[in-house]
Design a protein around this ligand. Sequence first.
Ligand code: CAA
Ligand code: NAI
Length: 701
Amino acid sequence: MSDTVRYERRGKIAVITVDNPPVNALSSSVREGLADSQAKAKADPEVEAIVLIGAGRTYIAGADIREFGKPMTGPGLQQIINDFENSEKPVVVAIHGTALGGGLEVALGCHYRVALPSAQLGLPEVKLGILPGAGGTQRMPRVIGVKAALDMITSGDPLPTAKAKEVGLVDEIVQGDLLDGAIKFAETVAIPGGVQGRRVSQRTDKLGGADAAFFAEARKTTAAKARGQIAPVKIVDALEAAATLPFADGIKKEREVAQELMSGTQSKALRHVFFAEREAAKIPDVPADTPTRPVKSVAIIGAGTMGGGIAMSFANIGIPVTLIDSTDEFLDRGLKRIKDNYAVTVTRGRLSQADMDKRVGLIKGGIGTDKIKDADMVIEAVFEEMDLKKTVYRDIDKFAKAGAVLATNTSGLNINEIASVTKRPQDVIGLHFFSPANVMRLVEVVRAEKTGKDIIATCMQVGKQLRKVPVLARVYEGFIGNAMLRHYGREAHFLLEEGALPQQVDKALTDFGYAMGMFGVHDLAGNDVGYRMRKAAQASRPNDRRYSDIITILCDMGRLGQKTGKGWYRYEPGSRTPIPDPEVEALIVAESKKKGVERRPITDEEIVKRCVYGPINEGAVLLEKGIALRPSDIDIVYVTGYGFPSWRGGPMFYADTVGLKNVLDDIKRFHERDGFYWKPAPLLEQLVREGKSFADYQAGR
Ligand code: CAA
Ligand code: NAI
């Protein structure tokens, strides 16, 4: 018998328990165990019904992703599912935790599904660039209808039990002990004809209403949302097969598409992102058993854009916050913004008024740094000015209780310098949240020279608790993400002076898969972000390199972006749709002329290379300097914080797919042409010399 599946008898009910921690993934040993248990239950004349359940924190959370791309061993999942469905003895699946992917497909093959109220049921394969390949695209529409199945499978988002019951995916909600409830339920269906009408593959009653026009429209809207990702569109094909072909033919179509997607680069990239996110939590010199400090209350200094968003993030997970500013006026403005933000979520139906009240109730305002004294964690989010941060940190040192974690949300100031004004630099760390902080998942956890390991472990844990993705970085100008962004931004601006227009650059980048192009982002964030610094730096610029001033000129013209109705584009009142503006084109052309640059046609290929290879080259520098721990951490920063397409795996994974030699050859060409920027990173040159990839580099460390 398999050591990951247990079989026992409870009276006339056979109980099959999958016990494969941590998430009961369907590894070959689980599949073997399921096949053996099925045979046992079938052969035992005393058994009248079967309950399938998961041990530990969850029911089966899907196929074992680590086995993907490797030769298959053990029985196939399809066969196991078919055998459950064909069983003459009713099979009841008992669901808790997450029934995902292959796990839910097993459940769809069984005759009944019961679940705890807290369970989630979903087919998230699209997030791995594949589709549910064990009958999910054929059985799900037969249970919940084509439209609902399309939404569920193309989004990959799970349904909570209550909703799953409403659409017919769950037959009964179990209150109390799940196994007891499932056995009781199984006893009621352990009757002659108990499987009658319960074999999903034989159902067609929910397949109506999805005609050719429905699928044509679905294909169009899905492709638009997918922005270059293949799997969602292929899922529409598989669902069309479900609606129009006999079950066996639909399964054939599903298998064909599944194989094609599984061997493609997009799926490899998305699987890389899945594991990279989890790998980022592991820090070699801060082992998982490093003691952490309890964080039950937080004080945030600075009730501005970031302070407010960070406060909401903590309130959202039930941690009380004291939000501090220097005057009543600023504090009230900050507290009002938080309430307004929550109110919008309530209006959109994504939060109840009661939950909003609870969260708002967890955020108390205060004036003066002495209000931090009871907090387990202090997060400073005042203006980005070193002298001010040092003043605030002297006060923090004075008032914070012993043992408190002292974090700064600086976007790039030297945290060693900030820590140096305190008597406890070991407690000081960077927690770089991204805007809007209540929405964005990335948090760079910035380790300064003297930061204690327990503080690092605490912040990584708090980041995960906040349902964010914490990635460790070291002190460097712009840490990981903004250091790379500098190269992206610089090239996007130079491209304008050389012959491109904002709309062309943005289109090339969105066609590549970016959520938005550089200039659309500028207009959204406000072109005045960093204006004062840019203006002040103009006087003391070294003359050995090139600069672009167009953004500064736009600001001087009052073209601050969406908020003024004009920026790199113009906007109709109340609309966020960017409209190319001849005035901006004239300005850009004039700038080229002023700089003596002859404008030339620029290809989309050049735009993508210059905007993506710059960050890759910088990424190699960050690895060499130890600012980032591993290439996959850089990928996660860029995918979760900067809109880089996840289906390209992040910039470092993407570089591997292009081939590092090809990337380096272009970088050398750009360097020759530019003369100053684009100096090839020594690590990149070394890897090319050795014929290695970033993946090899990561594996070899
Ligand atoms: N296969 C292999 N390992 C998996 C896994 C899977 N399906 N799901 C999770 N793990 C591993 C993680 O890598 C992690 O390992 P480490 O501790 O070594 O880093 C560990 O399990 C715990 O995972 P999380 O840290 O993510 O735990 P969590 O509690 O935060 O989340 C979860 C649990 C919701 C199940 C989440 O892990 C998840 O979403 N997993 C992926 C689920 C999924 O995509 N399933 C579909 C698979 S594809 C499929 O099933 C195809 C098919 O049709 C046959
Ligand atoms: P902001 O200007 O919106 O808010 C700063 C707040 O700090 C203001 O409310 C101000 O009154 C308050 N403040 C100033 N001095 C204070 C003092 N001595 N005591 C108490 N409160 C004081 O600024 P924002 O954008 O929230 O930025 C804060 C920090 O976060 C900066 O270090 C910034 O670099 C960083 N950051 C900003 C991001 C963004 O997109 N806005 C993204 C990531 C980090």
